[in-house]
Unconditional design. Structure first.
Length: 63
């Protein structure tokens, strides 16, 4: 099975790109986190969707 290009050049671009350190994650305070989980699991589940599906579709809450 032929390949597109030589395998000696594999990963060339990734190794050349500069490494950018990730931004530090800021966790929510427990009160906000618990409210968000309550909304995901209880409030929006009553609309007919199970909460794991809601968790994947909604990223941030505007509170």
């Amino acid at each position: 099975m032929p390949s597109h290009g030589s395998l000696t050049k594999a990963g060339k671009v990734r190794s050349q790109t500069p490494r950018i350190p990730p931004k530090p994650k800021k966790n929510l305070i427990p009160r906000r986190r618990n409210l968000r989980n309550y909304k995901r699991r209880i409030i929006y589940t009553s609309m007919g969707k199970p909460w794991p599906i809601i968790r994947r579709t909604v990223k941030k809450w505007a509170l």
